[in-house]
Write a protein that binds this ligand. Sequence first.
Ligand SMILES: *Cc1c(COP(=O)(O)O)cnc(C)c1O
Length: 464
Amino acid sequence: MEHEFAHGSDEGRAARGADATDGERAARRDEAIRAAVERGLLGPGSPVVGLLDVAGIRTSAAALRAAFDAVTAPGTPVLHAFAVKATPLVPVLRLLNEEGIGAEVASPGELALARAAGITPARTVLDSPAKTPAELREALALGIAVNADNPQELDRIDALVHSAPTRSPIGIRVNPQVGGGTIGATSTATATSKFGVALQDEGAREWVVRVCTERPWLTRLHAHTGSQGVPLSLMARGVEETYALAEEINRRLGRHQIDTIDIGGGLPVNFASDATTPTYAQYARLLSEAVPGLFDGRYGLVTEFGRSLLAKHGTVVARVEYAKRAGGRPIAITHAGVQVATRTVYAPASWPLRIAAYDPKGRPKEGPSVVQDIAGPACFSGDLLAEGQTLPLLDQGDYAAALDTGAYYFAHHYAYNSLPRPAIHGFAPAERGEIRFALVREAQTPAEIVAESGGDHPTGLLDL
Ligand SMILES: *Cc1c(COP(=O)(O)O)cnc(C)c1O
């Protein structure tokens, strides 16, 4: 996919792969794994943890802001709202908020996380396709931006807007139907995607124009054209279509009613190496070339990036409990599998992960590379973090690190085999090369697993 966005000075970058910043991030990761073992955050008693690179997260947030600052007219209002579903952890949302990034939420739980992180309504956007009347009422009462997914939802919003005044900016989510990418599950702009108003369906465009004519408070359009696997050119076409619709609405209404366009998220992440590619700068430049009118100051912008902000800053590290062989294949049995890497285990072709090997002291493992399987702890044979990956032979007591797992991985626990949610620690380099850690989330205890599994009602079924 590189050829598509590699131009100008970025060509060199794409050819070189990882640059200095990427190299520093990889070095910090090695240091953090060593320090986590040294301090007992990782070991026989806590055989799997998630680690988050605080400096890396700050760097990505700054890169996102700078990329859009570079292409927007001075004074353009821009809200970068982190898609909370990518990493639903309160301390992460708080850190991003400090970096000027708000929140895109899609459920009462995500809204509660954003509020717990102190993110203001003005920096929050609500987007789910299944908002209940109660959720809509709360969002409008708080003044959170809402994007209506469909005509029935707009009916509900109508009733609420008429019953109480609201400060919420309100928009319509459209599906530009520009097509899908290589991963069906993350392609949101196919002809039959469940999201938004399908713009090319008969009468849909006219419907959008009409409802805007009747409702001066409809001031936004929203499109999220896809996530991992969708090429940048397709994402840009989705934005282009949405902008064209905004222009058409404003022209036909004879007023600048649509004043903000929410372009969604979806920048893909490179899981094949430490290189950050594509970059926010590349995408922002591509958009500014494809849709210059969107950046000339007439429209405010909202973005909703998730994976690209966090993926490369998270690592799940698991102890190798046993090393064995089957059918001539070496297999490392680790403590990270389907519970922390659900997508990879169930759809390995779409979501391959790079695994790095560390020795029992947490130092990068040396030695000849061998083709091996890295398996998880769950009781089904498909529970593999990686199949046939080439790396130094893992042995009992070593550690396997699943790289680039900061988004949609260890924060998305899957309770197969009642495996506990692992602890998550943030880390940052301190003076004298030392690493400091801060707890993001405690590991789940067996007692908590019992409690959330009906443990308070053990005889509940006996009296029926
Ligand atoms: C998931 C989602 C995002 C974030 O997508 P990423 O690929 O993680 O950047 C943004 N907006 C909406 C509406 C989404 O559903």
